[in-house]
Design a protein around this ligand. Structure first.
Ligand code: ADP
Ligand code: MG
Length: 340
């Protein structure tokens, strides 16, 4: 671990306070870093960390950081399915009827979401939330009956999400959208844009382990660690150097329950209504965090064979750890992957 710390590995793992402790430990081991401003905050139900190499522009970095949090809060108000007054909640509450004056930014994201559904034969589907009442991974967790799943799956179909001018409609009254598989990636990209606009070129934006990195960290490229999906939190299977790209991981170990040896987790196969079974974790490297986020979820559902095909078609790099623990990598991922 000391070696890792010297090599400045960031843990690309989900955000909890325990993980924050792990990160802080790594930070203190490698010593203070005079040239960077680093702030963590909990937002959108996850831990965010932003690090900006300020090059002496401390005031400007602080100001940009304030802009980052404001932007993340704005996106949360726009895209949260949990905030009752968000435009997403308005669409869900009105399911079956049209909603007028849906903000263009949200409509654009929904359109891009639909494009990912088409590319992934429905493996990625923001209308997964039509099942939402059946799957909770908190103290409301229970295993639904096969009949309940069968019924609820009738509420899941991206083709029944209609966009017409500034209006949006879910055709079925029981339908709902949930942007958990794509909105965080979008938010990471928007946060990065705030920093770029403020004139910073070297920074990291980490939303719960989904990361975009720009430029360098001092004299070194950013190095991101990859969580072992069956290891302790913080135990890594490898690391990659990255710049000007996003690394997003979807895993079955982030929110789950194990009942009688069967793992139930938060990535739902929209075609069966049950948690997807073909992967343990999928890490995607792409030009934007949004693309990496949506494709990580899609590829997780598709599994290694179709997942690799989708990654190649979309020109992104991926590491898939399948249900048996076997690794499948694109050539580009293999070229940068370092086993530890
Ligand atoms: P995380 O949110 O843990 O980073 P993902 O990006 O894989 O992981 O997103 C999982 C979330 O996406 C779920 O919590 C849920 O909100 C939503 N979701 C679940 N299944 C799907 C699916 N098949 N397509 C799109 N979104 C999904
Ligand atoms: Mg995702």
């Amino acid at each position: 671990m000391a070696e890792l710390s010297r090599r400045r590995v960031f843990l690309a793992i989900a955000g909890t306070l325990a993980i924050l402790a792990a990160l802080e430990l790594a930070q203190s081991k490698r010593g203070p870093d005079p040239g960077s401003l680093r702030v963590t905050r909990t937002l959108m139900g996850t831990l965010w960390k932003v690090e900006v190499m300020h090059g002496g522009r401390v005031e400007a970095a602080n100001h940009a950081m304030t802009g980052v949090w404001a932007e993340l809060e704005r996106i949360d108000r726009l895209m949260s399915e949990w905030k009752p007054d968000s435009p997403v909640s308005a669409i869900n509450a009105a399911a079956g009827t049209w909603v007028d004056h849906v903000p263009g930014e949200l409509r654009a994201l929904l359109e891009r979401g639909t494009a990912y559904s088409e590319k992934s034969s429905g493996a990625f589907d923001v209308t997964w939330k039509g099942m939402g009442g059946l799957w909770h991974f908190d103290d409301r967790f229970r295993i639904p009956s096969a009949a309940d799943v069968q019924r609820a799956i009738g509420n899941v179909d991206y083709r029944a999400l209609q966009i017409d001018g500034n209006r949006v409609r879910l055709t079925g009254p029981g339908m709902a959208i949930g942007l958990g598989g794509i909105a965080k990636g979008y938010a990471i990209d928007r946060a990065a844009a705030v920093l770029t606009r403020a004139g910073f070129t070297n920074y990291l934006v980490d939303g719960g382990g989904d990361i975009y990195v720009s430029g360098m960290r001092g004299d070194n490229p950013w190095r991101l660690g990859l969580q072992d999906p069956r290891g302790e939190r913080g135990s890594l299977i490898g690391a990659i150097p990255l710049s000007g790209k996003a690394l997003v991981t979807s895993g079955d170990y982030e929110r789950f329950r194990i009942v009688d040896g069967v793992r139930f987790h938060h990535i739902i196969d929209p075609r069966t209504g049950w948690p997807a079974t073909r992967s343990r974790s999928v890490s995607v490297v792409a030009g934007t965090a949004e693309q990496a986020d949506a494709l990580a979820t899609a590829i997780f559902v598709l599994g290694p064979e179709q997942g690799l095909a989708l990654a190649k078609a979309e020109s992104v790099d991926v590491l898939i750890i399948d249900a048996q623990g076997k690794r499948h990598l694109t050539a580009g991922f293999a070229a940068i992957f370092e086993t530890l």
